[in-house]
Write a protein that binds this ligand. Structure first.
Ligand SMILES: NC(=O)c1ccc[n+]([C@@H]2O[C@H](COP(=O)([O-])OP(=O)(O)OC[C@H]3O[C@@H](n4cnc5c(N)ncnc54)[C@H](O)[C@@H]3O)[C@@H](O)[C@H]2O)c1
Length: 391
């Protein structure tokens, strides 16, 4: 008989993220056996009954619902996991908080700052545990980058640059709205690449390098009208197809960020590079187990970029997996976030990023969109808590 406590999950949304999270809940007991909590797949919700039943069978959920309100009303659910499009996050999260449920919410926290603030207010008023799935923090190589930066090895940091490049919307016949292409509809998504892709880059950047104080941005919508799947009509496109911004960080360094869905040849290229006075670091999602590191203190004749394969047992999270030298992948970042959330219930320490941390990312996204609209520099008013822990 297990002595573990149960965390009964109610998962809402059975698309891409519904799958990654379900895999995370299923894998954690095998690879993080020392945790006191076990996730229990209590209920899953999606609007189509046949689809949600098939999903429940595939991933092992005990029951199904077709209205998210029913999940929140249930006494046998401890935590609500929001894996639905951005326009639903605020309503579901606020109702879940009012019902006293813990909440794990997908990113971006919301479509805009007003929604995000109301979500932070709701979870803080209710005093419920909460986290946002900015999962790239939990790539072992990225967590190692955080440890290296926090140890001071880079010295004063001068530059932070990040890209997130895709190419799936170049064709003007890709529709907007509805299943599959809600990201193209500003009503559902809030923004385009800024909230969808740059939000990840901004979360990682502030985690690694501290708060972003002000931004100057340019955005472009290359295809101005697309057919809307829900109305069947050609409608103006309200999202940003591409966004480039530069910024200042609180520590005096400069940031340069670019994201687009029009970079032919790139499916999901997330890269960042940080240059300090003593050393530099760079990382690439396509080679996610590798961290590149340049140390000026190395002897001149052998000085160069080191390629660190982050798969050793003493590197972040890797002691939980296979043997040194063997890789893990994208899906493991979600396993790590589940494990860190369960650990946070044991320790009482919040699982980062919390809703409040993610509000700061939302502030930067909002300032970026506003800056592009007004063609002017915008302050972010970020209040970044640098005392964040490493997973
Ligand atoms: N952390 C990451 O790297 C990452 C990656 C992709 C998506 N996301 C975020 O995850 C969220 C979902 O994205 P996705 O790619 O999984 O989308 P998706 O389109 O693949 O899935 C969305 C799911 O939500 C369901 N849904 C929509 N409205 C609903 C409602 N009112 N009630 C119940 N179910 C509803 C849909 O039926 C579908 O199952 C978004 O906020 C997105 O930004 C995060």
């Amino acid at each position: 008989m297990s002595t573990k406590k149960e965390l009964r999950i109610g998962l809402i949304g059975t698309g891409f993220m519904g799958r990654t999270h379900s895999n995370g809940y299923n894998r954690v007991p095998n690879f993080f056996p020392q945790l006191q909590y076990n996730p229990v797949l209590q209920a899953v919700c999606s609007r189509n009954e046949a689809n949600v039943r098939a999903f429940a069978d595939q991933w092992g959920y005990k029951s199904v619902e077709t209205d998210w309100r029913a999940v929140i009303a249930r006494d046998d659910i401890d935590a609500v996991d929001i894996c639905t499009p951005n326009d639903t996050h605020a309503e579901i999260a606020i109702a879940a908080a009012e019902a006293g449920k813990m909440i794990l919410c997908e990113k971006p926290l919301a479509r805009n700052l007003t929604e995000a603030q109301s979500m932070v207010d709701a979870v803080e008023k209710a005093g419920v545990a909460n986290t946002v799935w900015y999962n790239y923090r939990r790539v072992p190589a990225v967590t190692l980058a955080k440890q290296i930066i926090d140890s001071g090895k880079l010295g004063k940091i001068f530059h932070y640059r990040a890209n997130f490049l895709q190419d799936w919307t170049i064709n003007a016949n890709v529709p907007q709205g509805g299943t599959g292409t809600w990201r193209m509809d500003v009503e559902a998504a809030g923004s385009g690449v800024t909230g969808d892709l740059l939000a990840h880059c901004i979360d990682t950047a502030m985690w690694l390098n501290g708060g972003i104080t002000d931004v100057s941005a340019v955005t472009e919508t290359f295809v101005k009208e697309r057919m809307h799947q829900l109305t069947g009509k050609m409608q103006p496109v309200g999202i940003d197809d591409a966004c480039i911004f530069h910024c200042h960080f609180e520590n005096g360094s400069l940031g340069l960020f670019e994201s687009t869905r029009y970079a032919r040849g790139h499916k999901a290229l997330y890269t960042f590079e940080i240059n300090g006075e003593n050393a530099s670091i760079r990382w690439d999602l396509h080679d996610l187990n590798r961290l590149e590191y340049f140390d000026y203190a190395d002897e001149g004749i052998v000085r160069g970029w080191r390629s660190i394969h982050v798969t050793d047992g003493d590197q972040p999270y890797m002691g939980k997996w296979w043997v040194p030298g063997l890789s893990i992948g994208y899906e493991h970042t979600f396993v790590h976030q589940v494990a860190d959330f369960l650990k946070s219930l044991e320790t009482g320490e919040p699982c980062q990023p919390t809703f409040r941390d993610s509000l700061e990312t939302q502030k930067v996204c909002e300032a970026v969109i506003e800056s592009a609209k007004t063609r002017s520099w915008k302050d972010t008013n970020v209040e970044w808590n640098a005392a964040v822990s490493v997973g």
